[in-house]
Each structure stands twice: as structure tokens, then as C-alpha cells.
Design a protein around this ligand. Sequence first.
Ligand code: 9WN
Length: 430
Amino acid sequence: GSEEQLENDVRAHIVEEAIRVLRSNDYGHYTVPAQGLYPFQWNWDSALVSAGWAVFDEARAWRELEFLFSGQWEDGMVPSIVFHKPSDTYFPGPEIWGTPERPSKSTGISQPPVAALSVRFLYEHAEHRKVAEEKMESLFPKLLAWHRWWYKARDPKNKGVVAILHPWESGMDNSPAWDDSMQFPVDDIPPYCRCDLNHVNASMRPTKETYDHYLTLLYRFKAANFYDPDKLYWISPFRVTDLCVNSILFRANRDLSWIAQKLGKQDAVDEINQWLAKGFEAFSHLWDEDAGLFKCEDQITGKLADAPISAAFLPLFAGVASKEQAAKLALNLDKWLNKVSYGVPSTDPDDSRFEQLRYWRGPVWLIINWMISNGLKHYGYTDLAKQIEDHSKALTEKAGLREYFDPITGDGAGGRDFSWTAAMCLAWLD
Ligand code: 9WN
């Protein structure tokens, strides 16, 4: 009918907008998350954005991933930010991560390992099969080296799940799940000036107190022989089993195993399957039966973080939740959705730490919506998955391609013309 036609027109317009946004954030070989606010190549942003490029420019999509791996360290780590070109609109930039004489080419920490998912996505959606096969083959050893790095550098105790050593590594910078673990005393750090506050309202960003802790960690890691991967795990006052990184790593391992199988690399398949088996066992310790949610764990105190956050649902995306756990998660998610106009809020709205506009403490993020919705479908909760999809569409129609959204009013917040939000409209919502 005409209503359907109208909706089609609206979506077609958003697709055009999304393509315009990716093109305008394109620096040739990589896409910045947003002009001004984030002027470099961010790790998980890039991997997610490559799926958006894949919809209209396959060659450009592969280049995004290849360029991300051009920043890979010798030990396998893929940094959270690669500083290809200088910019003075972001803090902390290359001068802070490196030395004054030699600015750093990247940060010394990582981010959620999305890339293997993207390689599989690009391969499966490829029209140029031959090219896709070559690209997958050449990216495979780099992906494997990165996953190995996670286990070697971030799980030296062989728990089966990896630790983040900085909230920036989770991608969910100021999540209430870190509040207790961020109580360590701050060091006497050099004075600094935050650039983020030139672009967006302070009330929507992490606080000064939080930034002091972020920088304390950065300077300590830098003092450890410039981010020596063998030292960081042991010296960090922040060491957390994060559900976002671990769910994505688990899912990425499944995709990497699939890729390895395609390429006939049986040894790698066996190695990855061992990670999966250990991971499966380790996730069961992150389950909070009373809450009916997964929880992050502080590896220093051994305590589960009580904060109910949206990453609690990401084990669905990983495919690591049992049927019973999935049923409880679906029940909880349904309750959360009934408390807001637009899901999925990054913190349970009933929790005292919920703030509807402050970054990862309440707002809706489309990339997380995609992951949760994808996971729900896999477990057979199609109505709930569809509801999240509809909310996501409604948000982009109402507020445009913003960085994140207010779950109560549906207003957009943070950066404008945001790359990963655009990518989700292309690769998921179309
Ligand atoms: C620090 C780029 C990144 C995202 C993160 C998001 C935010 C950076 C910041 O922006 O983090 O890495 O300075 O706030 O939290 O998930 O990758 O979009």
C-alpha cells in the first residue's frame, strides 16, 4: 500500500544519506568515525564500517580492513587507533601515546576484535569471488595472529576469557560496569586539555574524574617500556573480563574457524576450536542466575560487576548462551524495552547509574542493537529481534545518522554524520 511505499522512500533516502556519510568520512584508505571528533582510523569502527562499504564498493571495503591491519604490531596486536595522518582535534593523540620526539603511529591498546566477522561478511556478500578469495587468504594470518595475541597477552592465566586493561579497549568507555574497578588512585599526571569537549556537550561525555583515570592507565602503560605486552597485564590496576570484547572474540573465533576451514587450514581450525571450548566453559562463570543476565568480572577482586548493561545480551551474539540463559535474557530485554521508547538502552533504565544521554551509561548505540538483534534471531526470538530493528530504523528516521541516541526521547546525540551508524543502515537495516 501507500504506507509501505512511503516507508520504502524514507529508507531509500537514508541509504543515500549513509553513502554520502561514508564518502565524506573517507580518507582514501580508511574511514574516520566522524570528522573533527574522531579524526583517525578506529579499530572496531573500521571493521563495522567495511560492511557498509561492501554494499556499494567492494574494493573499498577490503581496503578498509587491509589498512587497519597495516597498523598491526609485530606481536599481533591491532591497536584501538591507528594515527595515519596528524590531526590536532582529538585528545589523546599520537604525541601523548608516543614520545615528544617521536609521535606514536598508534595507541598501545586494542579494541573489540570485529575484523574476522567483517572478512566473512565481505566474502559471503562478494560479487567478485576471485578477489574475495585472495583477500580472505591474505588477511587470514593477520586475523589469526591478532586472536592469538588476545590469549597470550590478555589471558596469561589461561582462564579461557581475556582481560581488558583499559575501558577504551571495551569500546564502552564509561560503562557503569567499570565504576568499581576504576576506584584505584590517580597518579600525578601532566595537565591536559580535552578536545572532545570542543565538539560535544560535556554532560554527554565521560567526566573529568573518569578521564584522570583513563590517563593514569595510559601513562603507566607507556612507562612500562612503551606498552610492553608481557608487562601490561601484570602491572595494570584495571583488569576486567569484559562481555563486549569476549562476546565479539567468541563470535569472531567462530567466523575465523569457518574461514580457516574454507582455506583448508586444519591446524588453525583445531587451535581455534580449543579457544571456543575453553571460552564456552569460562562464560558460564559470568552468568548471574538471580539477575538473569551475564556480568563483567573484575579479575583483580574476582567479583562480578553488578551493573546491568547492554553487553549482558551480547553472549547471544556470540552464540555462547544456553537455551535457558537465552530465555532469561529475552525476558529481561523485553522488560528493558518496555521502560523506554527506543531500545536497547546501554544500562537498565531502572538502575541508579542510568543516565539517558551520557555516552555508554544509557544511550542506544546502533552497532550494539545490530549485534543483539542478530543474536536474538539466532536463538529464535524473532519478534524481539524485529522490535529492535524497528526501533533502530525509527531512530535514524527521526534523528539522522548520529553517534548514539537518547532511549527516552529518541533524540540524536554525540557526533553527526557518524560512520558506523551509516554502515548499520546499509549492511543491516536496508
Ligand atoms: C576512545 C570512535 C570511538 C569508539 C568507541 C567510543 C569512543 C573514544 C573516545 O569513540 O571512544 O576510543 O575518545 O571517546 O567509546 O567505542 O570506537 O567512534
